[in-house]
Design a protein around this ligand. Structure first.
Ligand code: AMP
Ligand code: MG
Length: 387
């Protein structure tokens, strides 16, 4: 039996199955880019005025006659006389032969002999090139601007748009099949007999995965070896990862580990020295398919899914901050414990509960703290449960 640290390290070594798909850029936020993006033109594509004001060539003068006016959206203009100016608006191409922009706040306009003139009234010396966002100063045409593997955030969406990409190649989320197992389990809409329980695990797993951009399928498997075999085999044809709840412990009808072995899976580990979730099984196959089989008790499934599966499949790491924990029970000498806590101010308080089958008391939990086997620490790693 391995400990949670070893299990987390082994899982981090697994490769999340990936394939590539093309999607509209508006749907790409948060996904991973699967192509290199190059500039389709210089950026900026022309010398762009950064201020409203006047465009000039001769920065040694203080007064310039106005020849013309250049608006954004108009083709580039040309200065007629080298001592003259052209009025200009932000975003307009700087006219041919103009080197600098003077902003409107530093100018006073006046009339002289029926002509419009601008006079410089600013305090600073004029800098040749000022307020001109020079062509190709951000990047040149064909420069590599985003590499495959980049996580797509708002800036990346805007960059893709500015180079004319309506669609992006991104790594597709792995296909996940969720299975609940157990003869005692019925669907949510069914009325359970006295000896039956509704499947809460399936809905929980599906909801969390959907909120993270996955499109899992959900089905149930009876505790019958041939049915387990058939169901898993056909799911593996269409999916990259199987998430199973139940059937992975030492019960007489817990067929999952042996069926997985028959289907060619190797256990990365089966059983972790932890509570809840000791029987957790994680396995992989030569073709890259993966199985995470969670013990069926709702809190075991939730804890194992939240700690071991979700950070890994999202390509991140388990990030834990430390928190001081009040009324901490003494640690278990052999098993690490994931304890439900409520946050009160800057402290966490452990919650009373009736073990891993007790969903109801977990409604108060803000997260889990990780108490290592034999530890006397009060300051424990905290992992939030609320999204
Ligand atoms: P197992 O891991 O198959 O031995 O299941 C342990 C216990 O978890 C069962 O006795 C059920 O009470 C509970 N359980 C199993 N599957 C589910 C499920 N899908 N939803 C809620 N509870 C479950
Ligand atoms: Mg079972």
């Amino acid at each position: 039996m391995i400990n949670p640290n070893e299990a987390l390290n082994l899982i981090q070594g697994l490769i999340v199955p990936k394939s590539v798909q093309k999607i509209a850029i508006q749907d790409a936020l948060g996904l991973i880019l699967a192509e290199d993006l190059r500039a389709d033109r210089d950026f900026p594509p022309y010398n762009r005025a950064m201020m409203d004001g006047i465009a000039i060539k001769n920065t040694a003068l203080k007064k310039w006659p106005i020849e013309d006016i250049a608006f954004a959206g108009e083709p580039q203009k040309q200065l007629g006389h080298s001592n003259a100016a052209i009025e200009i608006m932000t975003g307009a191409p700087v006219p041919i032969d103009c080197s600098s922009i003077i902003k409107i706040e530093d100018i006073e306009f006046f009339e002289l002999a029926g002509e419009k003139w601008a006079e410089y009234v600013g305090k600073d010396l004029l800098n040749p090139g000022q307020f001109v966002h020079a062509q190709a100063s951000d990047c040149k045409q064909n420069d590599l601007i985003l590499s495959s593997g980049t996580k797509i955030g708002p800036v990346e969406i805007a960059i893709a748009a500015t180079i004319g990409k309506t669609q992006l190649s991104v790594f597709k989320k792995p296909g996940i099949a969720i299975f609940s197992t157990g003869d005692e389990i019925v669907a949510i809409h069914e009325k359970p007999a006295a000896h039956q329980i509704r499947s809460s695990n399936s809905a929980m797993l599906e909801a969390v995965l959907k909120s993270h951009g996955f499109s899992p399928t959900v089905a149930h498997i009876k505790d019958e070896k041939s049915v387990v075999e058939q169901s898993l085999e056909s799911a593996l044809e269409k999916h990259d990862i199987l998430l199973l709840s139940g059937g992975v412990s030492a019960g007489k009808k817990d067929f999952i580990p042996e069926v997985l072995e028959e289907l060619g899976f190797k256990a990365l580990f089966h059983k972790i020295a932890q509570k809840p979730g000791k029987p957790l099984y994680v396995g992989n196959r030569a073709d890259g398919k993966l199985v995470f089989a969670f013990p069926g008790n709702p809190i075991s499934t939730l804890t194992c899914f939240w700690i071991y599966f979700l950070p890994w499949v999202m390509g991140s790491h388990l990030i834990l901050s430390k928190i001081s924990v009040a009324n901490l029970p003494s640690s278990n000498p052999n098993l690490d414990q994931w304890l439900p806590v409520k946050i009160k101010g800057v402290q966490a308080e452990t919650l009373k509960n009736n073990g891993s089958g007790d969903l109801i008391h977990w409604k108060f939990a803000d997260g889990l703290v990780w108490q290592k086997a034999g530890s006397t620490e009060q300051l424990l790693p905290f992992f939030p449960l609320r999204p």
